[in-house]
Design a protein around this ligand. Structure first.
Ligand SMILES: O=C(O)CCC(=O)C(=O)O
Ligand SMILES: [Fe+2]
Length: 230
């Protein structure tokens, strides 16, 4: 795969992306370039173990059983992206990756020391100094954990930048229509004071929201948001 939304966005992002599904069914070895094959598979393995711990802690933070999200198979579909941001001679004219929110349960990002990732805080872009892990969290927490808006600047430095996020998504059991059961805010988190902010959805509906659309913030979450009347 090249740049994920090259034919859908107004301007091409200065990036190439390799996409691999590394969840329950590991990818065919021949589909992974030999030069990075063992490194990517090793990262996927370690990253997955790390995500399991992280998701348990997220459950604790939400006040639900540590195994709750794993039992719901919320992290079973794992996508590894290998982003390559080459030197851009005019970085002010485009982006490396345009502003967006990840629609994953959790993303674990491995990045080199080049920098360029920014997150939006109080309406200002703040640079994330390269460290080994960065996470974004999604909607089944009824907004208790929010998926942060972020972007990557076009890479003005002489050396290319590399980042390898692992994206963890739900992989529900399929029913006879080939779709999952319903996902939505955890019932444990809802009350009269904290009503659902999102409607329920199946995984088919979930994936349909991002198909054929240019990358942008909250593209999936907005589709399921319950808009207050009045
Ligand atoms: O390259 C990065 O630092 C971020 C990548 C990213 O945001 C994504 O793949 O969703
Ligand atoms: Fe992202």
């Amino acid at each position: 795969m090249s740049n994920t939304d090259i034919y859908l966005s107004k301007a091409a992002s200065w990036r190439d992306t390799l996409k691999l599904e590394v969840g329950s069914e590991p990818p065919k070895k021949e589909n992974i370039p030999e030069i990075c094959r063992s490194g990517l598979l090793e990262w996927a393995q370690h990253g997955t173990l790390f995500s399991e711990k992280l998701v348990e802690l997220m459950c604790e933070g939400l006040g639900v059983r540590p195994g709750k999200l794993k039992e719901m198979r919320c992290t079973e579909s794992v996508i590894l992206l290998g982003h390559f941001y080459p030197h851009c001679p005019q970085p002010d004219l485009t982006a490396g990756l345009v502003p967006h929110t990840d629609h994953t349960l959790v993303t674990i990002l491995l990045q080199d020391q080049t920098g360029g990732l920014q997150v939006k805080r109080d309406n200002q872009w703040v640079s994330v100094v390269p460290i080994d892990g960065a996470i974004t969290v999604n909607i089944i927490s009824n907004d208790k954990y929010k998926s942060v808006e972020h972007r990557v600047l076009a890479n003005g430095s002489a050396e290319a930048r590399i980042s390898i996020p692992l994206l963890f998504h739900p992989a529900g059991v399929c029913n006879e229509d080939g779709d999952s059961g319903y996902y939505g805010p955890l019932v444990e988190l809802l009350s009269t004071e904290n009503p659902p902010k999102y409607r329920k959805f199946t995984l088919k509906e979930f994936w349909k929201q991002s198909q054929g659309k240019a990358i942008s913030p909250n593209i999936v979450t907005n589709a399921f948001k319950i808009v207050a009347e009045g």
